[in-house]
Design a protein around this ligand. Structure first.
Ligand code: 13P
Length: 313
């Protein structure tokens, strides 16, 4: 089947109390690992590309890699999403280039500017059958070109969400409830706790409306350990507890963004292989276990965290 939008995916996910994984793609092995996992789990999937991914791989390569996945898995519902579109032009270029979903990230702008920008993108996208995600509230952390310090981050204000959605016409909304981008989400010794009270209040004000969680990697400690035991230095890497993500998926959250966990899985595979076989220099030798790690982590997320196994049927 051709690429789909997230409309149907989110409707079913909301009603079914599960979420769709939105996994960041940067190269062939990552696309392969994710889609193989999703096909085996029979789970709908969102593949998303950030500005950094487009810069690294070239947008054309990414699009064609995703097209290859569609050819290999004709029964798998796949949406192609722009992650953190910074302005109208990048959203337009992705919409024109075949993406089925874009995010316009005006979260660092004043409310009215965020509204005006999201509305402009939504109008352009909807005329072309593409859906739009926007963000209210600001996540801390680092993701490619998006860097926000803890002092500049802020929780979503539930009293703003209804007006924002009404005025912009966007199709889904990312909110800030304590997640953050990157592998260092919480200080060691603290008790990671998402603000479910905010999520609940948002859901009350936007009944049936799909909510998105960015910065939702759980930073699997087994991969952190493998990386550190094989020459890495990831100190105090801490993610979102998976039971809290599962809880969010049962509530109004329909899309959960995961990038760092894929990076950790891939890097752990490469480092472990390189340390065990110092004489190897064929990329296929070390990228094979790295890709298998990506697949394993995505299968685990789908089955145990998102709850989307079997939902592509
Ligand atoms: P993580 O860094 O937690 O994987 O978040 C990724 C993300 O939100 C992409 O937009």
């Amino acid at each position: 089947m051709p690429l789909v939008t997230t409309t149907e995916m989110f409707k079913k996910a909301y009603e079914g109390g599960y979420a769709i994984g939105a996994f960041n793609v940067n190269n062939m092995e990552i696309v392969q690992g994710i889609t193989e996992a999703a096909a085996e789990e029979k789970s709908p999937i969102i593949l998303q590309a950030s500005a950094g991914a487009r810069k690294y791989a070239n947008a054309a390569y990414l699009k064609h890699l995703v097209d290859a996945a569609l050819e290999i898995y004709p029964d798998l519902p796949i949406a192609l999403h722009l992650d953190h579109g910074a302005d109208f032009e990048i959203c337009k270029s992705c919409i024109d280039g075949g993406f089925t979903s874009v995010m316009i990230d005006g979260s660092s702008k004043p409310f009215d500017e965020n509204v005006a920008l999201a509305k402009k993108v939504a109008e352009y996208a909807h005329e072309r059958g593409v859906v739009v995600e926007a963000e209210l509230g600001t996540l801390a952390g680092i993701e490619d070109d998006v860097k926000v310090s803890e002092e500049d981050s802020s929780y979503t204000r539930p009293e703003e969400v209804q007006e924002f959605v009404d005025r912009t016409g966007v199709d889904s909304l990312a909110i800030a409830i304590g997640t953050s981008h990157g592998a260092y989400k919480f200080k060691p010794g603290t008790n990671p706790q998402l603000r479910f009270d905010i999520l609940e209040e948002v859901a009350k004000r936007l009944p049936g409306f799909p909510i998105v969680l960015h910065g939702a990697s759980s930073v699997p400690q087994e991969y952190v350990k493998i990386i550190n035991e094989n020459g890495g230095a990831l100190k105090d890497a801490i993610g979102v507890p998976e039971d809290q993500l599962r809880q969010a998926a049962r509530m109004a959250v329909c899309k959960i963004n995961i990038d760092s966990d894929l990076r950790l899985a891939l890097t752990a595979g490469i480092r472990e292989h390189m340390a065990a076989y110092p004489d190897h220099f064929d990329p296929r030798q070390y990228l094979t276990p790295a890709r298998a790690n990506v697949k394993a982590v995505v299968k685990h997320k789908i089955a145990e965290v998102l709850g989307s196994s079997g939902k592509a049927l």
